[in-house]
Ligand binder design. Structure first.
Ligand SMILES: [Zn+2]
Length: 164
């Protein structure tokens, strides 16, 4: 099983330029970055990203569909994975050759792999807190119409569950 943390993550928000020219977006893994060349082709409602990257000595080119969801606060783009899943982040395994969603990559989170009893709870605790910090960093739009968004709700639930 590969962990989410071990993968390169490409966020749709990094693919900003829609002028059909080549640009660079960074995929991230821990504190490392990988340059991904991309260009977006838009025609009518269809948008496609062609990405090119260099992994394990090979140049890899991949075409990914992009979908736009119409939301009250404006349109929001998503990747459409090969399996049909809509997601904001695609993952590339260290030994992989393609970006895909979490399901396709069968990824698990680090927090699930740590055995509570075995580690005396200490590492588990650190892990949980890291996870929370990471999550809180990702809450970009916390409230919508005065109500917490789903992300915030799940964050609050996690915090209650873990008691931190
Ligand atoms: Zn998928």
């Amino acid at each position: 099983m590969t962990k989410v943390e071990q993968c390169w993550k490409l966020n749709i928000s990094k693919l900003k330029d829609r002028d059909e020219l080549a640009h660079i977006a960074n995929a991230e893994c821990e504190d490392q970055e990988m340059a991904i060349a991309y260009n977006l082709n838009c025609s009518d409602d269809l948008m496609m990203a062609t990405i090119t990257f260099f992994l394990n000595g090979e140049v890899i080119r991949q075409i990914i569909d992009i979908e736009t969801a119409e939301l009250p606060l404006g349109d929001r783009p998503y990747f459409r994975c090969q399996c049909g899943n809509r997601c904001s982040v695609l993952y590339l395994k260290p030994d992989g050759s393609k970006f895909a969603c979490r399901d396709c990559n069968k990824l698990i989170y680090e927090v699930k792999t740590v055995n509570k009893k075995l580690m005396g709870g200490v590492l588990y605790q650190v892990n949980r807190i890291n996870k929370l910090i990471e999550k809180s960093d990702k809450i970009d739009r916390a409230f919508y119409n005065g109500k917490p968004t789903k992300k915030v709700k799940s964050f609050i639930r996690l915090r209650e569950k873990w008691g931190v």
